[in-house]
Design a protein. Structure first.
Length: 221
């Protein structure tokens, strides 16, 4: 495991760059006339972050599976064992969200009435805990890409690049940011993936130059 502060900062910068771009877009082009609309904007950003995590969860097994399958001989078994730890992080974040239906879903009102006040208190505590854990998990998953560096150091920048372009395609297909002027909308939607791609390429370059780690070497041993 490589301990390189510059690489860790690059991983953080990838996330910060996307957040700063969103703040710039919001302050410049989104007219927040009341607190209700402000709450909608914050809710939209949280939803988009959670969608990023869900896309990452779906992308994770495909990319990691392809990476493990492409590795030679003994490396394949090593990477599969390491991937199980990262898979545990994915499962934990998803499971943490399952307490929200217990606490909020109208369809489960009968169950909440059945457990009584003590049960409702326990459910509320679990819901608050899961909210904090989910927010923490979203942050970690977006910055550290579900700790995929534990499999191999080249995986986080590769996964981050794939994820950000998937999200850009999703934004284009769903017509996101309709209230933003066309040129600024294109610049924003393309700015995030281009910025993340550049930072990821820089991270891969540093790993290769300073630590002798590359995608080719990771697969061939």
């Amino acid at each position: 495991m490589v301990e390189d502060r510059t690489v860790r900062r690059l991983q953080l910068w990838r996330t910060v760059a996307g957040f700063v771009a969103w703040v710039w877009l919001t302050l410049t082009y989104t007219a927040i006339s009341d607190s209700g609309k402000a709450a909608d904007v914050v809710s939209e950003r949280f939803t988009q972050s959670w969608v990023s995590v869900l896309v990452l969860i779906c992308t994770f097994p495909v990319v990691v599976g392809a990476f493990c399958a492409a590795a030679r001989g003994g490396l394949r078994r090593v990477y599969v064992r390491r991937a199980l730890k990262c898979l545990g992080a994915v499962v934990t974040v998803v499971v943490s969200m399952f307490t929200f239906p217990l606490a909020m879903a109208p369809e489960l009102e009968g169950l909440r009435d059945l457990v009584g006040i003590p049960g409702k208190v326990v459910i509320a505590i679990l819901a608050l805990w899961s909210l904090g854990f989910a927010l923490y998990g979203i942050g970690l998953s977006l910055v550290h890409v579900f700790r995929t560096a534990d499999i191999h150091e080249v995986l986080p920048p590769v996964l981050a690049t794939i994820l950000v372009w998937e999200m850009a395609i999703a934004d284009v297909s769903t017509g996101a940011y309709q209230n933003v002027p066309p040129l600024a909308r294109v610049a924003f939607m393309m700015g995030a993936p281009v910025t993340v791609t550049v930072l990821s390429a820089w991270e891969l370059h540093r790993l290769r130059r300073h630590h002798g780690l590359s995608l080719r070497a990771a697969l061939r041993g």
